[in-house]
Design a protein around this ligand. Structure first.
Ligand code: DSN
Length: 426
């Protein structure tokens, strides 16, 4: 059969874009080539509704082994005793947790999206805010740190069934023990969505949420550097606190309820090719080189944060403990939207982002989010961070100067040639 040149030419173009640009989207990364191979494998052909050993289709004996391997490796990565690797994404993972633990109309408490939270933590635009009664905590105006007092006060006043910690644009570590304490006081479950910092947590570089949070969800494609997908985990399979029942009316363990929520509650056939790629990525995480990578991510983040601060950029919370930072551009006379679009023209990719207490709409925003997992995978070290910060500053300070932007684009292209990406693809 002839190759679909239209699509494959576009994929070549995308490879070129990835190779020639500086990728600073905090939620992106470059997987290993073997993760790409597994994602593009024959396992895409297999239907396997159910779980290993309990499928609704024949011929599942091999994908059973693949999925079991993924589960066992993931459990080892986080020292968990239960994991589900089927969620198609982080949003699906969170939806499955809500489905297992809550009834429509129950109260949930999460970090406000405009303060760095995630859509699925109760935003009115998302199923989580439409199905459940969502309350929010924020970050302190001065420090930019999570306002734990507000979280506690709201928890005591509203008595939510679930408190969600985790964020999409928060550069500091979390006090999981403090959140669990108030959750126990008001009878709430704690869900930690570690999609962003999961790789640093896996490497022991940030606080471990597993002993304090009942359930932990993550994506697999950000700092974990695996294929696009989600997972749900628990270190301790706890008793079902609200007497929640399975569809047959039986009270079950939380792990059984979570499995049922993923399938058949929310999803049909699992993406076994992606699960194979997850297994590969989890194997890579178990290799000591992954910790070295995460240490470099963190030192790169801190180094570029300092480079920005030295140029009078205002970082929310003043710096970073993890892989990202949020920059308030209001003293630089450029919006987040314009910054993103202008940097794009220089092949420097990041996203505009609301900053806490932003006076601009989410379509415009006053800030940008900068993350270093992808450039660290490309091989950048601390000495490269100043160069990247200088290029960003040059673009932002000359946003209406086409000639300067074109010259930085050329500079970026030459700079990136020293960091090869997927040589296997020619
Ligand atoms: N996880 C989000 C991000 O941080 O980019 C998208 O949902």
């Amino acid at each position: 059969m002839p190759q679909d040149t239209l699509v494959f030419d576009l994929l070549k173009k995308e490879l070129k874009r990835q190779r020639e640009g500086i990728e600073l989207i905090a939620s992106e990364n470059f997987t290993s080539y073997q993760v790409i191979q597994a994602t593009g494998s024959v396992a895409t052909n297999k239907y396997a509704e159910g779980y290993p050993g309990k499928r609704y289709y024949g011929g599942c004996e091999v994908v059973d082994e693949i999925e079991t391997l993924a589960i066992e490796r993931l459990k080892k990565v986080f020292n968990a005793n239960w994991a589900n690797v089927q969620p198609h994404s982080g949003a699906q993972a969170n939806a499955a947790v809500f489905l297992a633990c809550l009834k429509a109309g129950d109260k949930i408490l999460g970090l406000d999206l405009s303060m760095g939270g995630h859509l699925t933590h109760g935003s009115p635009a998302n199923f989580s805010g439409k199905t459940y009664q969502a309350f929010f905590y924020g970050v302190e105006r001065e420090s930019g740190l999570v306002n734990y007092e507000q979280l506690e006060q709201t928890a005591r006043a509203e008595k939510p069934k679930m408190i969600i910690c985790g964020a999409s644009a928060y550069s500091r570590d979390w006090d999981y023990a403090r959140i669990r304490k108030v959750a126990d006081e008001v009878g709430a479950l704690v869900l930690a969505d570690i999609a962003h910092p999961a790789g640093l947590i896996a490497s022991g570089l940030l606080n471990d949420p597993f002993d304090h949070c009942h359930i932990v969800t993550s994506t697999t494609h950000k700092t974990l550097r695996g294929p696009r997908g989600g997972v749900i985990m628990m270190r301790h399979d706890f008793e079902n606190p609200f007497g929640l029942k399975d569809p047959k009316g039986n009270i079950r363990s939380m792990s059984a309820l979570l499995d049922l929520a993923v399938f058949p509650g929310l999803q049909g056939g699992p993406l076994e090719h992606v699960i194979a790629a997850k297994a590969v990525a989890f194997g890579e995480i178990l290799d000591p080189s992954f910790k070295t990578y995460q240490e470099q991510v963190r030192v790169n983040a801190q180094t570029i944060a300092k480079a920005f601060t030295d140029k009078d950029y205002h970082l929310i919370s003043g710096g970073t403990d993890n892989h990202l930072m949020l920059i308030d551009l209001r003293n630089k006379n450029i919006t987040g939207k314009k910054a993103q679009e202008t940097l794009d023209r220089a092949h420097i990719t990041l996203n505009k982002n609301s900053v806490p207490y932003d006076d601009k709409s989410p379509f415009v925003t006053s800030g940008i989010r900068v993350g270093v997992p992808a450039i660290t995978t490309r091989g950048m070290k601390t000495e490269h961070m100043q160069i990247v910060a200088d290029m960003i500053d040059k673009v932002l300070m000359n946003a209406d100067n086409d000639q300067i932007i074109a010259s930085v684009r050329e500079e970026v292209k030459i700079f990136m040639q020293q960091f090869p990406l997927y040589p296997e693809l020619g």
